[in-house]
Design a protein around this ligand. Sequence first.
Ligand SMILES: [Zn+2]
Length: 754
Amino acid sequence: MAAQPLEDTLTITPLGSGQEVGRSCHLIQFRGRTVLLDCGIHPGRSGLDALPFLDTVDLSEVDLMLVSHFHIDHAAGVPYITEKTNFQGRVFMTHPTKAVMRMLLSDYIRLLPQDDRGEGGLYDEEDLARCCDRVELVDFHQVVEHEGIRFWSYNAGHVLGAAMFMIEIGGVRLLYTGDYSLEEDRHLVPAEVPTLEPHVLIMESTYGTQKHESRDVREALFTSTIERIVQRGGRCLIPVFALGRAQELLLILDEYWKEREDLQRVPVFYASKMASRALRVYQTYINMMNMHVRDQMDISNPFKFDHVQNLASIDDLDDSGPVVVLAAPGMLQSGVSRQLFDRWASSERNGVVIAGYSVEGTLAKQILSEPDEVKTQDGRTQPRRCTVVSISFSAHVDYFQNFQFVESTMPNNIVLVHGEKNEMSRLKGKLVQETGKWPAESRPTVSSPENGQAVNMRFARDRRVACVGAREEDPFKHKRRADDADAAPEKRRVVKSGVLVSKDLRCTLYADDELRESSPLSVTSLRQTLRLQLASDVGVFRALLGQTFADVEEVAIAGGAEASLDVGGCVRVDVVQADAARELVLAWDASPLGDVVADAVVCVALHCQSSPAALLTTGPCCVPDASAADDPHGAKDAAAFLRAALVDHFGDERVADAPTDDEPAEGEGRDRSASNLSARSDAKMAAVAAFAVTLDDLSATCTFRADGPNFRVDVASDDDPLRRRLRTLLERALDATQPISTKPRKTAAGEGGA
Ligand SMILES: [Zn+2]
């Protein structure tokens, strides 16, 4: 298997709201997993043009779509993705987000031009219903896992149910703020600040480097502006998102009207088809709001306003005198707010209070520059004489709150989204400047990609492996704690042999006996049996088997068998007489080792067949002849084999026989441990043969020693590279003279029979 790269690339691509506000949509790709964050539409555009750049990606690869909150510019594209594309992933949002999204989008479809509904357009009511059926709900802080992706959410303030998402893939954490606010207002809590540091922070930059006035100042300005308009006999229009910030503004107005008897003759209308349903939703989720609202709830429903009336239809509106109307949509694109604006714009007594953020390309943004003329929805040009004031209640962070959030979360990388190009680049500059004062190692990278521009980041792969095995005594623990004789032997997880299981980007090593219980694998064992004819004598087969394998043992003879052997502890061989022929029955548990040993046993059996008599007397060519009386363990043959290996390697003229002296005592001027193959230098082993190897001015002496079946080669040389080279060569050669052992080696070269 090829070595896996040590680094993985995380790619973040804004498909919408890259250097713009509107149609939020971000693609996250890492280690084969794909997550989509939000899918909104651009309020300043229409039809398919309002969607994010979805056609640039293969949506069938998206595993999850996480929706931060119900605003149109974050959620209105969700039914399009689920119903009109090949997206097959799961969709998650909080309870209130789903409830309000359904209401809002139903209203949104109603306002769509006929061409934009159903087939070929964005979607219709049925698509929305099917989409909502697909949505899975999450609570704040609830951890969800899906094929190696873990995520959970935090309260983001902003609007009811708004969430920040922390997403973890392969040990890399990414925090998406969505729209968030750090201020407590009349009904919402401020955003939570996660204590876990993200590697990447995808952060909104709506207000760039601006500073918000305090809430008290803005509220006073808001109420006094409205008061001025109605006191001069004018009509006051407040365009709002149908749900969300409208509730906050209504709470402020209702409270102000309560205090001001002189204003109570001026009616305040909330022109929303959803007013009563919205009220129910807000009541349902009151426990997700702040204490201010919950305390009020104990006295009377704070969303049942005393001085605000619901306006079901614009036809019911009597605007002959001063009046205050809150109406959607918030940026005057169409609908009731636009109808009222067209009706009121030409009188200097009237006024418009823009209370939210206005996106580029919308009428709300356009009138902020106070043009002399405006176009009505049906294309007429009319003078604009009404006053226009912007007071932000949009519940987005300003620069100082954004920076405070960066300081608290200490991300390694920041990706800015959801901000107009200029605001975003100013924010980027300021963030680079401010974080530049930090120590180099904690300074984050800051990027501000435009739509379709991928930001790549490289992360070292987490290569830790969890072990699941039996608890056993740690043999090294005693050595480390030799001074503490009474200490109970410490236990730790030990996996002596196991299976490495890679699942959901995590690796776990399971001990063999834990596989069935603990691993996600289903475990079964396969017992293999193989029969073949044995043409030779049992003795010949037995002898050949012994020359090939180090571990061949006679075992209790099975019923009817002539002989029963265990080879390598994994294959059982029964020799049985069947009819006229003799048969071998091999039985083993399927495993890489068992399969190889069984194959080798079959080869030996076939080898017997070729010339049984000759094999019995001479043995196979390279295996020491074990039958010689004066050399029962084949030491001389092994020595000859080693010499042949040296000659083969260095050439005849460079290898010579050398006198074999007795083993030198330690400390005689030879660096034994370094020159010696043996880990056991104290073993007394007789020298069988010695060879001198001479290479130009370098020389070495190799001494082959034997003690019964245990062999060893000592290499002495003043030249380290030569000594190492000889040692490797002779170790391998010595290996070849030994029968195959399936157990840990006992008589390998240099181990000296330890
Ligand atoms: Zn929003």
